[in-house]
Write a protein that binds this ligand. Structure first.
Ligand code: NAD
Length: 438
């Protein structure tokens, strides 16, 4: 099939690449000329494991191309995906300006029957409005479908190619058949395509993210209780997660969720509830707990040093909002580092892939280290913000020899309390008793 994907970001680039990998002709479109030029040169603008090889292969086979000309891409495609960003607006609502703009451009370009697919995360009612915008600009038949994306950054290819489920919201049998055909190669593991109304599909995406965010905020609140009551949340988490009704996923306490989805999607759902006079009590609490949790590490540091952080130097391991991505949108590391700098401390940071993004945020206000151990040199303590695999079994002796003092603030509960005690570290984790040398 011939299709185009408008918006070549974390979702659009992965979706377009995976659709080309299953044999379709795909044009990826973006307004960002630099991004398209880089992709044409064979450079991949984001870090996502496995993506570069897939892009290379499909570009070489001439099934995957990149361009800025949206109208041309629409005219050559049967299916047009909208995968542009829908960031947080000024009052917490989803900012849909890019979606409306693209809908207008699609409406002006349509030359035959098209299926237009909302892949971006968009509030309930968006497919109806996209449809009205396009129909207002063309007399050609167009079906607008809602097909929210559930991939996780860091495992995006696997998630896209083997989805737990695909959700398609539509009101057209013709579009139903086309979408079913398009997704057939991805459903070989037997997981279902769920067909529903566009309004239900749009809500399914927000509901999924709200549920996951709520689990994280709940376990973080439990961790904070463990902290003051002397329980160890790692034991509690295991004890709870083995209950089949609960399950172990998304029960890891930490420094709050970040990224381009949970924070903005919870807020957008709050604004949807408020717009209809429903008090979003639980959603607000989820968001409030998270906002507070992002300051947890800073509070632990301030408590340890008696608020005297000025002049201290801290090593920070992990800048991206989670491992295996370079995405730093809403990353807890940003909250922490800004607070440390404001308190007069200095930061030397290491992240395996996010350095180029961090440089755009902090410029020369922090020092960047290409190797994790370089960040430790002469630092007063190590602060772990992102649970990259390579931080899980470090050389503790080497760490101690590089740090000014053997002090670790671990926002991801990576190490055993017993080991830390044995090695003589002062160790603060989340929801676990602090370890201090006797
Ligand atoms: P992104 O910011 O990485 O990419 C968006 C792209 O759209 C950018 O390259 C931007 O230049 C382009 N764009 C903006 N306006 C445009 C226009 N008028 N015409 C053409 N291109 C335009 O965003 P993302 O993370 O890929 O997210 C896209 C959507 O998918 C959002 O709604 C997001 O909530 C949703 N989503 C994201 C993820 C994720 O993990 N990132 C997962 C599921 C769903």
């Amino acid at each position: 099939m011939k299709l185009c994907v408008v918006g070549t970001g974390y979702v659009g680039l992965v979706a377009g690449t995976c659709f080309s990998e299953s044999g379709n002709d795909v044009v990826c479109v973006d307004v960002d000329e630099r991004k398209i030029a880089a992709l044409k040169r064979g450079e991949v603008p984001i870090y996502e494991p496995g993506l570069e090889e897939l892009i290379k292969r499909n570009v070489a086979q001439q099934r995957l191309t990149f361009q800025t000309d949206l109208a041309d891409a629409v005219r050559r495609s049967l299916i047009v995906f909208i995968a542009v960003g829908t960031p947080e607006g000024t009052n917490g609502e989803a900012d849909l300006s890019a979606v409306w703009k693209v809908a207008e451009q699609i409406g002006d370009a349509v030359n035959d029957y098209k299926v237009v697919v909302d892949k971006s995360t968009v509030p309930v009612g968006t497919a109806a409005r996209v449809s009205a915008i396009i129909r207002g600009r063309t007399s050609h038949p167009v079906d607008v479908v809602s097909n929210p994306e559930f991939l996780k950054e860091g495992a995006a290819i696997e998630d896209f190619q083997k989805p737990d489920r695909v959700v398609i919201g539509h009101r057209s049998e013709r579009a139903h058949a086309i979408m079913e055909e398009l997704y057939k190669p991805f459903m070989r593991t037997g997981n279902p395509i769920l067909f529903m109304s566009p309004e239900s599909a749009e809500m399914t995406k927000y509901a999924a993210n709200a549920m996951l965010a709520a689990r994280i905020s709940l376990v973080n609140e439990i961790a904070n209780l463990c902290d003051v009551l002397g329980s160890d949340v790692e034991d509690v988490r295991r004890g709870v997660g083995l209950d089949k009704r609960i399950g172990p996923a998304f029960l890891f306490p930490g420094v709050g969720y970040g990224g381009s989805c949970f924070p903005k999607d919870v807020k957008a759902l709050i604004t949807m509830a408020e717009a209809h006079g429903l008090p979003p009590r639980l959603l607000r609490a989820v968001d409030d707990v998270n906002t507070a949790q992002k300051t947890l590490l800073y509070r632990k540091l301030a408590a340890h040093y008696g608020d005297a952080l000025g002049g201290k130097r801290f090593a920070v391991w992990g800048l991206a909002f989670k491992p295996r991505t370079d995405d730093m949108r809403e990353a807890p590391a940003v909250t922490l580092i800004e607070a440390l700098l404001a308190a007069g401390a200095s930061v030397q940071a290491h992240d395996p892939v996010a350095r180029h993004v961090a440089e755009r945020i902090f410029g020369d206000r922090i020092a960047y280290c290409d190797a994790p151990y370089d960040a430790l040199r002469d630092a007063d303590a190590l602060v772990i913000v992102t649970e990259w695999g390579e931080f899980k079994q470090p050389d503790f002796d080497r760490m101690r020899s590089l740090l000014r003092a053997p002090v670790i603030f671990d926002g991801r509960n990576l190490y055993e309390l017993g080991t830390m005690k044995q090695l003589g570290f002062t160790y603060y984790a989340v929801g676990r008793p602090a370890v201090r040398p006797e």
